[in-house]
Design a protein around this ligand. Sequence first.
Ligand code: NAD
Length: 499
Amino acid sequence: MALLGAKTFQNYIGGERMDASSGGTFESTSPANGDSIGTFPLSKAEDVDQAVAAAEAAYEEWRLVPAPKRGEVLFRFGQLLIDQKEDLSQLMTREMGKVIAEARGDVQEAIDMAFYMGGEGRRLFGQTTPSELRDKFQMSVRTPIGVVGVITPWNFPVAIPSWKMLPALVCGNTVVFKPATDTPLLGERFVELLTEAGVPPGVVNIVHGGGGAVGEALVRHPDVRVITLTGSRETGVQVLKAAADGLKHVHLELGGKNAIIVMDDADLDLAVEGITWSAFGTSGQRCTAASRVIAHAAVYDELAAKLVRSAERMRLGVGWEDDTDVGPVINRRALEKIHSYTEIGKDEGAKLLTGGEIASGDGLSDGFYYRPTIFGDVDPEMRVAQEEIFGPTTALIRVSSVEEAVRAANGVKYGLSSSIFTRDVNKAFRAMRDLDTGITYINAGTIGAEVHLPFGGTKDTGNGHREAGQAALDVFTEWKSIYVDYSGRLQKAQIDTSS
Ligand code: NAD
């Protein structure tokens, strides 16, 4: 595969490749087997300053490029992603571990976003309304904001940058991008392809490095008007505080503790399939992962037994082998955190039904593999039912009514995704109304968002914004209301009431 070979990479600022000003570097390694993926600049605030200056300079021209032309760049980018889909997917399964079918899905999501947002170049709709005065015209238009700081996690290393950068660009903003230090090469490839698609120098810049140095410098930089971050709740709070003095626009997509409700009338086999996919796909490292299963008492035992069988059938291994169901988790720290929650669950009195151990042997010892883990008899207040574990662990909770199920589902600080399996349309509609999450699925798991609907969550999952769909445009534009008076006299709104 052309992309591997453990090369040394640089930042890309104002159309130029350059090392970090300090000369420092860090290495990206595969969580699957420890292979080196590449060496990247360990940047600092000075590098961020340079990148922001380049983005600021490029903004003056980019904002004036007609939006349909900006959209055409995204169409070309979408086509390049199609051409490179297999290479990018192979790289992804190596750099961050997800299995190859899911890696292809990750790239496909960026392709979908490129074409959706490319089309936005010919929409970016505003409103026209009648005036209360004669001979007066009025409308609202979206205007770009300026330099956008894009800070992303490693778990959707192509899809998430596309959710942020593509709407930012079509709206006429310029970007400084800081990808996660676990997936710098995918960030690099993303920017290379944008450049190949025709994004001019300075419009997209990439600065590699850690959250504390590069991320925080970006958030605090006075010339960065918008920060869009996907990450943990803790990082979101830090970013919001750091951005407060500059009164920045801050868009946060944070954690989840998503629940699947299984009612007594559910199709249990379908539910088991949905839970297995949602709880253990991407090794449970999705913000929308189902880390709780809330089951009606009448089906609890049968569901638990079927789920355990399903989890135990899953094959762990490197993601690029077609018969692998569960790849590695991202790094040693994550592996240790996931395992610590197994100990916490046991100490709290939850019953470990399967898994609960670091997997080794059969070629797994060089990577970070954790067995799919299911806890039974979980009380909704236990830490394993409240805190984001971000690994292949799910907690089974027993309830006796749909009301109790919804109460348990809502009884966490996060509000990203939720789901209910039921054949009763009344229960389904009650759940659609009452589940306090940004996304709800009926008779499907907690994952499966499409790019043309808003994506994001309530409560501590974010700060009221949404990614994707039309909602994304609100993050990357300001509204301007324009009044044109062609009466030839000074008409006064609210005062000249007789016209
Ligand atoms: P993280 O919060 O550790 O890091 C996210 C990004 O923020 C990284 O690029 C990191 O370097 C940067 N960062 C860290 N500290 C920073 C600071 N003080 N200032 C600026 N930037 C900083 O998260 P992660 O481990 O990479 O990703 C997992 C988390 O992301 C989980 O909580 C998951 O739920 C969440 N997530 C949410 C969504 C969503 O759409 N809601 C999607 C995917 C992941």
